[in-house]
Write a protein that binds this ligand. Sequence first.
Ligand SMILES: Cc1cc2nc3c(=O)[nH]c(=O)nc-3n(C[C@H](O)[C@H](O)[C@H](O)COP(=O)(O)OP(=O)(O)OC[C@H]3O[C@@H](n4cnc5c(N)ncnc54)[C@H](O)[C@@H]3O)c2cc1C
Length: 386
Amino acid sequence: MTLPWLSEEELFIKEVAERFARERLGDSYMERSKQEELEPELLREMGELGLIAPTISEEYGGIGASSVVQGVICEALAYADINVSYIAMTTPLIGGVIEQHGSEDMKADILPRMAAGELIVQLGLTEPRGGSDAANLKLKATKTDDGYILNGEKTSITWGANGHMCLLFARTGPESAAAHGVSAFLVPLDLPGVTCTRFDDVGSRPVGRGSVFFDDVEIPKTALLGKEGEGFTKVMEGFDLSRFLIALQCVATAQASVNETWQYVQDREVFGRPLAKFQGTTFPLAEHDSKLAALRALCYQGLAMRDKGMPHTKEAAMVKWMAPKWGTDIIHECLVQHGHYGWGHEMPHMQRMIDVMGLQIGDGTSHIMKTIVARETIGSIGVAYK
Ligand SMILES: Cc1cc2nc3c(=O)[nH]c(=O)nc-3n(C[C@H](O)[C@H](O)[C@H](O)COP(=O)(O)OP(=O)(O)OC[C@H]3O[C@@H](n4cnc5c(N)ncnc54)[C@H](O)[C@@H]3O)c2cc1C
């Protein structure tokens, strides 16, 4: 898609991302979907090309790129493989929180390795008792003379089985303090007392979603980001970025299926003529293309608003519910338009549909997104999501 406002430098990054997706990812999506992790050498290659988190500033291993550029990268990667693009969605989110709130030592140590694709950091917010009411978390960080002791469980964590560190949200204040009693810590996952498990997911298996258990885990004071009690608001600021990136992941994945279906309806003959001669097949595709173009435009508008420091929470929530939902529906229709060929693992539509569907839940469900749109429109109605 043409993005007429990109600078020369930004267009160059777009070309690098598209070339990498074409030449390095190519048709490997279905094969990689069966793997339990992304290849470490692939991540390092992406890091070398600056395709993981260019939004991190230059002194910490990025190039200080705009949010729009991060969107362009996510879109280019997801067109070939939505699971590979996860790293270009979670790293800018988590890296952004660390860059804004971490200590100088933490930033210098961690961020360059994240941007280089050497260190995968998870975001640990959801707990078994529920994810939508995220501020109501229970995992406890008890203060000691030297630091904190962690006890509790995080669940449904992206990179849960494959991560090296966790940006962990833990309760340091009383439960009555809700969000204001939550603090953020950066915790290595090889410490004594940490156990990680892998879920048997229907999709996005290389991402390795899972649970992380903390059993009397000792961490130093330096693991705290910013001040105690500020953890929750920190991550919420970051979610406005990741929601646009997730939407672009879904848009690109659906666009791949739509483009392939445009080709298919021209090649496949029924009743003595190409399928494309029947408007019953081309009208839905025209609708899919229109919806995806509109969504994409709103994503980039929102990212540009973020880059200019304008409020963009409502736009982020809008695209975060629309893109996974419309993407799932669109890929479903593309699958059916391929007839019996679509209903098999030789074609990627089913896998794409499942992978996109997961993002109706991850990073806040569609219901919660609509609640945010409503709140941003008419004000708080007494529900504290943010
Ligand atoms: C692919 C994927 C990746 C994820 N990655 C991470 C991660 O990296 N880190 C992390 O911390 N978590 C992650 N999660 C967890 C995710 O954030 C939670 O699953 C999500 O927030 C919903 O929480 P829940 O599953 O506990 O559902 P619940 O909160 O129990 O909600 C159940 C259902 O009720 C609906 N609902 C809840 N409240 C309302 C309401 N007020 N109005 C209307 N409907 C409502 C929800 O939309 C949902 O459909 C991931 C999940 C998935 C699927």
